[in-house]
Ligand binder design. Structure first.
Ligand SMILES: NC(=O)c1ccc[n+]([C@@H]2O[C@H](COP(=O)([O-])OP(=O)(O)OC[C@H]3O[C@@H](n4cnc5c(N)ncnc54)[C@H](O)[C@@H]3O)[C@@H](O)[C@H]2O)c1
Ligand SMILES: O=c1ccn([C@@H]2O[C@H](COP(=O)(O)OP(=O)(O)O[C@H]3O[C@H](CO)[C@H](O)[C@H](O)[C@H]3O)[C@@H](O)[C@H]2O)c(=O)[nH]1
Length: 327
């Protein structure tokens, strides 16, 4: 297929591109590089442009005869969304609206959308299945829920076909160490802990140890970016006109913040100084996926089932690229 990967110069998207190209698809990356990296994408396949540039999107969709769009582009930091919701509604909702309209105008009907567990808010129990109540507790999660609803409506009214993949916590890096996670500022747990091991930070602050979990720290389901990429590849076989699929992507296993730090100590051999700080606003205590439906529907099976090899791939990337992409 001829695929347009919006946000393909970012962390999760760049890993998706590798898997899609490896499977023989013709892949074009469309990214405004606001948070991505030029060198994370192939120079001859990168189109620099914004979601907001609907005319450019339309011409790319038509000229490249695109069969399906993979939409990874968004702002995705919970704390930032709480402080600056306008920026999130503008980029994630209005930007996505321009993409959907460009697709409608150019007759491209198939979309895979990067959704998130943040649409569930603070779930009453785990693991989280697809039908659980959607009660986002921050603007970021709400923007993604709005987009899921827009997709339902576009499917029903205009015959669009979509697969919304709700990632839990994306982690790890391509085993080659050529691409990986590089956000500025970095807010994600694993890269921050590994920056301590690299000597770039003095310590890691654990955001709260009074949560109702076994060791008092938050629990998350860390899913390898290549496993997310595999799910996108499989999802390409599940487009049906006027229909949509929404699937939770995680391993089904949760790890506490303390467990993640211990795992990073084991992988790096560094003592990694940690201190307990205040809770971070907007953090649910435990988010673990029930991946049953995704496995059954897509025939998907995560390759990385434990935290250790996930952290090992991340450490490989950070050691090879201590300053990320360097741009
Ligand atoms: N990282 C996670 O743990 C996680 C979890 C759940 C869902 N997600 C979702 O997955 C997607 C990718 O996340 P990520 O961690 O790779 O983020 P990222 O910031 O690394 O990548 C996002 C990419 O989109 C691009 N982009 C942003 N706004 C754009 C615009 N208006 N026009 C064109 N390009 C634009 C950025 O430049 C960047 O390259 C996001 O939609 C995010 O909400 C991520
Ligand atoms: O310095 C830090 C950084 C994080 N944490 C904790 O580590 C856990 C994971 O935090 P991350 O920031 O790595 O990830 P989040 O769970 O906040 O968010 C990620 O997953 C969300 C859904 O769960 C969204 O999709 C979001 O885009 C994505 O970044 C949280 O309990 C957080 O409180 C710390 O204790 N110290």
């Amino acid at each position: 297929m001829r695929l347009l990967v919006i946000g393909g110069a970012g962390y999760v998207g760049s890993h998706g591109v590798r898997v899609l190209e490896g499977a023989g698809h013709e892949v074009w990356v469309y990214d405004n590089l606001s948070r991505g990296h030029r060198s994370a994408a192939r120079a001859d396949r990168l189109i620099v442009g914004s979601l907001h540039d609907q005319p450019l999107l339309e011409s790319v969709l038509r000229d490249r005869q695109i069969d399906a769009v993979l939409h990874y582009a968004a702002f995705a930091l919970v704390g930032e969304s709480v402080g600056n919701p306008a920026m999130y509604y503008h980029n994630n909702v209005i930007g996505s609206y321009h993409l959907l309209e460009a697709m409608r105008a150019s007759g491209v009907q198939n979309l895979i959308f990067s959704s998130t567990t943040a649409i569930f808010g603070e779930p009453e129990k785990t693991p989280i299945a697809e039908h659980f109540p959607k009660q986002p507790i921050n603007p970021y999660g709400f923007t993604k829920l709005v987009m899921e609803r827009m997709l339902d409506d576009y499917a029903q009214a205009y015959g669009m076909s979509f697969v919304a993949l709700r990632y839990f916590n994306a982690a790890g890096a391509h085993p080659s160490g050529e691409i990986g996670e590089d956000h500025t500022p970095e807010s994600h747990l694993i890269p921050i802990v590994l920056q301590v091991a690299l000597g770039q930070r003095e310590k890691i602050t654990i955001y709260g140890n009074d949560y109702p979990t076994l060791d008092g720290t938050c629990i998350r389901d860390y899913i390898h970016v290549d496993d997310l990429a595999d799910a996108h590849l499989l999802a390409l076989d599940h487009f049906a006109p006027g229909k949509g699929l929404k699937l939770n992507l995680g391993t089904g296993r949760g790890h506490s913040v303390k467990e993640v730090i211990d795992c990073c100590r084991a992988v790096t051999g560094h003592p990694i100084q940690a201190e307990v700080g205040e809770r971070r606003p907007g953090d649910p205590s435990a988010l673990v996926a029930d991946p049953t439906l995704a496995k059954k529907t897509l025939g998907w099976q995560p390759r990385y089932n434990t935290l250790l090899p996930i952290v090992e791939t991340a450490w490989n990337w950070h050691q090879k690229h201590p300053h990320g992409y360097g741009d």
